[in-house]
Design a protein around this ligand. Structure first.
Ligand SMILES: [Zn+2]
Length: 122
């Protein structure tokens, strides 16, 4: 048995890489999966949002505040437009990833596509 000294513990701890904190907007998961034209419910950083498919994109409704935001996806990937203040004042033409709604919805849709592909291959 080797005695574990304080110095040993300190050396081990200093070698452990801490994982970086999750990017804002990445903490999303479907509470109810979006299915075709039927609305789903996406949890973004712990807040549930109803996601309603529109012809030009999606409408997100914040269950906690009742706020509604439209995400316009017509212009394609990297050019999504959200109607929230954060997007309009801080993201538009500055941040290709967009606001937390764009980020979360993009991640959510990717997860759905991945799940669909997995099911198709099964
Ligand atoms: Zn937004």
């Amino acid at each position: 048995m080797t005695a574990i000294t304080t110095a040993t513990v300190a050396r081990v701890l200093s070698g452990i890489k801490t994982t970086p904190p999750a990017q804002p907007g990445n903490r999303c998961r479907w509470l109810v999966s979006l299915s075709g034209r039927l609305p789903g419910v996406l949890s973004i950083n712990g807040t549930p949002y109803t996601v309603l498919p529109l012809d030009s994109g999606y409408r997100l409704k914040n269950h906690a505040s009742g706020a509604e935001y439209d995400i316009d996806t017509e212009w394609g990937e990297g050019q999504w437009e959200c109607s929230c203040p954060d997007f309009l004042y801080r993201r538009q033409w500055k941040d290709q990833l967009g606001c937390k709604h764009c980020r979360a919805l993009r991640a959510g849709l990717a997860a759905l596509n991945q799940a669909a592909a997995t099911n198709a291959n099964a």
